[in-house]
Write a protein that binds this ligand. Structure first.
Ligand code: SAM
Length: 287
């Protein structure tokens, strides 16, 4: 099979023939550039051994490219109005299945087990931007058999996802992503390759899920949240004034000393290892 969906006119024609109106609420900005679609598949390293889960296939532009290169593609699309369109654009492919559902409401563990015979998978998507974080949380937090996540996101979000300590983009999102993976921006994408054109530029981020930290996850993210809730305060003040953490200032001071962290530093200067260390010490003192 060869690629059939690659030009803006073709995609416009299909949408018009089906009388399709874009839904802004569903984050529908469809890719209309065959080169970008190819670059995403290459960045994700998709080959005949790869099982791909795609989120939000839209018209199927990326889905088609993935199916040409992958072993099997399962795509989850929330908008049922795309059913007749996808039946047309993805006709003839034996290795594609589209599931019409809100991906956040699916039991992905069960779907992966059933659709990919329990084999490990790679997630590839041009994400709907309004639910980028909830989707990433769902993919990371459920111990799913995922090796790699390659997603297009808003450029500003990509910068936060991959930021290092001390930079202005470093945030709780940077720590969340790095807790579970090794992230890297593969390439930036101008807003001109989408229909309709979004206001913002985008970037493709690849995340390798190769990490396993042996730590109380809930407490770790509570500490990170507490630290970044008062970004400009010193770490001692941010942590001791966060009610949900409920630890006295003197105890925080002791923990910081034990972790060899100057209490006057700020959330944005602490590395993930320092947050991990703090978590372990606090966890021990609570037991
Ligand atoms: N992959 C296509 C492309 O690159 O042209 C479309 C990408 S578009 C940015 C996002 C897609 O995700 C849309 O088709 C939208 O309907 C779908 N979508 C939005 N929210 C969703 C959800 N919660 N679950 C599954 N799909 C969703």
């Amino acid at each position: 099979q060869t690629k059939r969906l690659y030009s803006p006119n073709q995609i416009k024609d299909i949408l018009e023939r089906h009388g399709f109106n874009f839904s802004k609420a569903l984050g529908q900005n469809f890719l209309i550039d065959g080169n970008i679609v190819r670059k995403i598949s290459i960045a994700a390293g998709v080959d005949k051994n790869t099982n791909v889960l795609e989120i939000g296939p839209g018209v199927g532009t990326l889905t088609e490219e993935l199916a040409l290169n992958a072993k099997r593609v399962v795509a989850v699309e929330m908008d049922e109005r795309l059913k007749p369109i996808l039946e047309e654009t993805l006709s003839g492919f034996e290795n594609i299945k589209v599931i019409f559902s809100d991906v956040l409401k699916l039991d992905l563990k069960e779907i992966i087990e059933r659709e990919f015979d329990g084999e490990r998978i790679s997630v590839v998507a041009n994400l709907p931007y309004y639910v980028t974080t909830p989707i990433l949380e769902m993919l990371f937090e459920n111990d799913l058999p995922i090796d790699l996540i390659t997603v297009m996101v808003q450029k500003e979000v990509a910068l936060r996802m991959t930021a290092k300590p001390g930079s202005k983009d470093y945030s709780s999102l940077s720590i969340f992503i790095r807790f579970y993976s090794e992230p890297k921006i593969e390439f930036k994408v101008p807003n001109t390759v989408f229909m309709p054109k979004p206001k913002v530029d985008s970037a493709v981020v690849k995340m390798e899920l190769n990490k396993k930290y042996d730590v109380n996850r809930e407490l770790f993210f509570k500490i990170v949240k507490a630290a970044f809730s008062k970004r400009r305060k010193t770490i001692i003040n941010a942590l001791s004034s966060y009610e949900d953490l409920n630890v006295q200032k003197d105890d925080i001071r002791e923990l910081l000393t034990l972790a060899d962290i100057d209490e006057n530093r700020r959330a944005e200067d602490l590395s993930i290892e320092e947050y991990l260390n703090l978590t372990k010490l606090l966890d021990m003192s609570l037991k």
